[in-house]
Write a protein that binds this ligand. Structure first.
Ligand code: MLT
Length: 209
C-alpha cells in the first residue's frame, strides 16, 4: 500500500509488456479488492489500484451520492478530474505506457470509470465496466472513436435499472466507442462467468494481446 500521489493505492508491477490495468473498487471496497480479479482478467499487466477518497458512513467510494443511484454531480466532476491527475502522475512515477492503460471497475468503480471515459477521452485505451450506470449526461459529445468498452450488466440488478445501463451504452456508442454490452439474468453481484467473459474480451484487443 502506498499513500503517495494523493491516493492510497496499490501498485503491482507487470511482466514488462507495458499494459496497465487500473482497478476501481465498489462502495465499501478498497485498493486490495480487485487485485485478484485484475491478475485474472489481464495476466501480466501492471495493476494500479487506488482507494476512493470519499467516505459514506466509513465506506470508501470514488464520489459522493445523495441517495442510491443519485449522484452529487459537482463532487463527481471534481473527483473524476482528481483521479485523472492521480493516474497521470502514477503512470509517470511507475514508468508505465499511457497508451496501454485499461480500466476495470465494479459498481461505483465502474461509474467513475465511465465518468473518466466521458471527461478525459484518450486517457483510457479500453474499459471493462461491471454494473455501470450513466454517471452524468455529457454536455458535449466526447470523441471516443474506436475505444473498446465491455459492459457486464444484470437484468435482476436491484440498484441499476436496465434502461440506465442501456442509456450508458448508447451515450458511449454515440461518442464512437465500440461497446460490447452483455446481459445476464443475475443481480448486482459479480459472477465468475462474466469475469471470464471480460478476460476473453480483453484478450482480443490489439495491442494488448
Ligand atoms: C454508485 O453509487 O456509484 C452506484 O449506486 C453503485 C454503488 O452503490 O456503488
Amino acid at each position: 500500500m502506498s499513500e503517495d500521489l494523493g491516493f492510497v493505492h496499490r501498485f503491482e508491477p507487470g511482466d514488462g509488456s507495458g499494459v496497465t490495468l487500473l482497478l476501481l473498487h465498489g462502495t465499501g471496497g478498497d485498493e486490495n479488492d480487485l487485485i485478484p480479479l485484475g491478475s485474472e482478467i489481464l495476466p501480466g499487466a501492471a495493476l494500479l489500484s487506488p482507494r476512493g477518497k470519499t467516505l459514506e458512513h466509513g465506506a470508501p467510494r470514488f464520489f459522493r451520492r445523495l441517495a442510491e443511484g443519485v449522484f452529487d454531480h459537482e463532487d463527481l466532476l471534481l473527483r473524476t478530474h482528481e483521479l485523472a491527475g492521480f493516474i497521470e502522475a502514477a503512470m509517470k512515477q511507475y514508468e508505465l505506457d499511457p497508451a496501454k492503460l485499461v480500466a476495470a471497475g465494479y459498481s461505483n468503480g465502474a461509474n467513475i470509470a465511465a465518468s473518466l471515459t466521458l471527461l478525459h477521452p484518450g486517457l483510457l485505451r479500453a474499459a471493462v465496466l461491471f454494473r455501470a450506470m450513466v454517471p452524468f449526461e455529457p454536455e458535449t459529445t466526447p470523441d471516443l472513436a474506436g475505444m473498446p468498452v465491455f459492459i457486464a450488466a444484470g437484468r435482476r440488478d436491484q440498484m441499476i435499472p436496465p434502461d440506465n445501463t442501456e442509456r450508458l451504452a448508447e451515450t458511449l456508442r454515440e461518442a464512437g466507442a465500440d461497446v460490447d454490452l452483455r446481459w445476464r439474468d443475475i443481480g448486482h453481484g459479480l459472477t465468475y462467468e462474466e469475469v471470464m467473459e471480460a478476460k476473453g474480451w480483453l484478450a482480443e484487443i490489439p495491442p494488448l494481446r
